[in-house]
Design a protein. Structure first.
Length: 310
């Protein structure tokens, strides 16, 4: 357990105690040995990822249920992560209405919304546009596919270029001030005791949404390994759909080698590592990124903990 994570948990729990959101008996600064024993117990019984099965979206999940190394469990029914909601069926919309959402946050850029369509949501619920930059990847991808030229597609996406593009996007989650502001606003809304259940999403629900989820779970003291597994689970939920997309592109003649898309369709540990390495270089730790990078004060972090962890 890194000292930075111990500092984060100690600061959050101490703040919660100070403003009266946790009983005194709940506060204890975690030690490395305490973390080791808790983490051992955690890994003996894997947390279950709670997918919301829909027909028009494949990567919809409740972020609740995960255990924390402070002895709690993330509350269910408060925060959901998903891919784009523009293809929801009538039955899907009814299912989403049953979640009782108070807010839907859309991290897509306008070009993605224009191409894929606006969210289809229950009556009375509208998504809030909160775009996070993809460094032009969506436009580049549309250009490559639209060209129908296998040589151009290889030049644009092959030879490790797609993977490098993804790592740059993840670094920009940390370095781009507009991106940081979007993540910070979302975390503040989640922490708000008056805010009802919230869902956030991007196009595939894996990169911008994946980073947001990793941040939230980490801030709630969910073990790093669990937060990483939640991030990587997008590969499982998206595998069939993404394979169908590649097959369709090949069958239509638009791509001779649709496997060029795999690095863009998948999440990978080294993409996440690119962001966390940048975070540590710029801010020293997750705690530094949350407080200095995102501008979250300890009171907000304590409210987040009190609302989200039981």
């Amino acid at each position: 357990m890194s000292r930075a994570r111990i500092r984060l948990a100690t600061a959050v729990l101490a703040s919660a105690l100070a403003i009266g959101t946790l009983p005194a008996a709940a506060y204890a600064a975690p030690s490395d040995s305490a973390f080791s024993s808790r983490h051992h117990a955690h890994t003996q019984s894997a947390d279950t990822i709670r997918q919301i099965p829909l027909q028009g979206a494949v990567n919809v999940r409740d972020l609740g249920g995960y255990r924390t190394w402070t002895g709690g469990r993330v509350r269910q029914g408060l925060v959901y992560r998903s891919d784009a909601l523009g293809k929801l069926t009538a039955a899907d919309t009814t299912a989403v209405a049953g979640l009782g959402l108070g807010k839907v946050v859309d991290f897509r850029i306008p070009l993605e919304v224009q191409y894929d369509g606006a969210d289809k949501l229950p009556a009375g619920l509208a998504s809030t546009a909160r775009p996070v930059s993809d460094l032009g990847l969506f436009g580049t991808l549309m250009t490559a596919i639209g060209s129908g030229d296998p040589v151009k597609q290889e030049q644009m996406l092959g030879g490790g270029r797609a993977e490098a593009y993804m790592r740059d996007i993840y670094r920009a989650f940390v370095t781009n001030p507009e991106n940081r502001a979007q993540f910070a606003t979302t975390l503040r809304e989640i922490a708000d005791g008056d805010q009802g259940p919230l869902l956030y999403h991007c196009t595939s629900g894996k990169d911008r949404t994946g980073w947001m989820s990793y941040l939230l779970l980490s801030a709630l003291a969910v073990p790093q390994e669990t937060a990483e597994l939640d991030y990587l689970a997008s590969n499982t939920f998206r595998a069939t759909y993404d394979a169908q997309v590649r097959a369709g592109l090949k069958a239509s003649g638009r791509m001779q080698n649709p496997d060029l898309l795999i690095p863009l369709q998948e999440v990978r540990q080294d993409y996440l590592d690119a962001a966390t390495t940048q975070m540590e270089a710029d801010y020293g730790s997750l705690y530094g990124y949350l407080t200095d990078g995102l501008g979250l004060d300890l009171r907000t972090l304590a409210k987040l903990q009190a609302k989200m962890v039981r």
